[in-house]
Design a protein around this ligand. Structure first.
Ligand code: FMN
Length: 315
């Protein structure tokens, strides 16, 4: 399988991969698509401002400034309200709709959204087909699942349901809900599915390097990958995977990090400035020992100027 055939998708990560981070990462990487953090749908048609707040890219043609299309992700259990909100998201400029059946959060699962629906392939079928039928045929409906809830015994049935409902793309985070985010990811279980000629499959989970990407592609038997924490730890990971780029050096990362600080200070969430920076540094520490030193230097600081003084020292 050839890496040049790969579609690379930037993962949705609630509270982490917001539009500023999407801007930054799509400027550094050859991503084909970004999925937004999820919008939770309960029992209403949400106002337009909710979609715009989550994805300001909707006001710039539904793409980041680097031209990478954005797809809104919806999470919920009521197929009619999901369908109505899907129509609205498309009208506002989303490039298709992504449906979340993988979120492990307790609050979400208590309300019967996210991963808990993996226990009921029939409900997944109803939701996906209702959303698909409410949109024009040309609109892509993608679905994001895990291998199952407690175990992977329903995995084939879940994928059957997604295929039968005519979804266009299926991303599989290769772990059950019970696995949480604990390594490993079971890429080989994706490879064993009999559905590879029926739907485009995207493999996800634990891809931190080019070697991981190659192993995942081989085991999952699909060239398409979704990258989440890996690209936060190595900000040009998709370019390393697809364009043979060299992993970003620390001096280059310093320039990128300072650019992100400027973006964060201008952004409407600048209130969260210090927590956002510390959050990213926690991922960067995985690849860069210097990020740990910076994290330690700013971890107790709250004032923006004090934080920026430390950041301006790095090079
Ligand atoms: C902090 C955090 C937030 C996440 N938010 C979402 C989300 O909003 N929607 C979703 O489908 N998955 C979400 N995920 C799961 C990721 O999209 C991805 O499936 C998971 O992190 C495994 O991929 P990775 O190993 O490349 O990070 C989240 C994961 C993390 C760690």
């Amino acid at each position: 399988m050839n890496l040049t055939d790969s579609q690379l998708i930037l993962a949705p990560m609630e509270g982490v991969l917001d539009h500023l981070m999407r801007e930054l990462l799509t400027s550094l990487n050859p991503f084909d698509l970004c999925i937004t953090e999820f919008i939770r749908i309960v029992d209403s048609l949400l106002p337009e401002r909710v979609f715009h707040r989550l994805s300001p890219e909707l006001c710039q043609g539904g793409a980041t400034q680097s031209g990478v299309p954005i797809r809104i992700q919806l999470l919920g259990q009521d197929s009619n309200w999901l369908a109505e909100n899907a129509v609205r998201a498309i009208e506002l400029g989303s490039n298709g709709i992504d449906l979340n059946f993988g979120c492990p959060a307790k609050t979400v699962n208590k309300n019967k959204g996210g991963a808990v629906l993996l226990k009921s392939p029939e409900t997944i079928y109803q939701i996906v087909s209702n959303v698909k039928n409410s949109l024009e045929r040309s609109q892509c409906v993608s679905v994001k699942i895990r291998l199952g809830f407690e175990d992977s015994s329903l995995f084939n049935e879940i994928v059957d349901a997604v295929v039968q409902a005519n979804a266009n793309l299926l991303t599989i985070h290769a772990r059950t809900k019970s696995h949480g985010y604990r390594p490993p990811a079971y890429w080989d279980l994706i490879g064993k599915l009999p559905h590879h000629n029926k739907i485009d499959i995207v493999a996800n989970g634990e891809i931190w390097s080019l070697t991981d990407a190659k192993n995942c592609i081989m085991q999952a038997k699909t060239p398409h990958l979704m990258l989440g924490r890996g690209v936060l730890a190595l900000p040009n990971l998709a370019a390393v995977i697809k364009d043979n780029a060299t992993p970003m050096s620390w001096p280059k990362l310093c320039v990128v990090f300072k650019r992100y600080c400027e973006l964060e200070q201008q952004g409407e969430k600048s209130f969260y400035f210090s927590s956002r920076l510390k959050q990213w540094l926690r991922y960067l520490k995985i690849q860069y020992p210097q990020a740990e030193q910076l994290f330690n230097a700013i971890k107790t600081l709250k004032n923006k100027d004090d934080i920026m003084r430390e950041i301006n020292k790095i090079s």
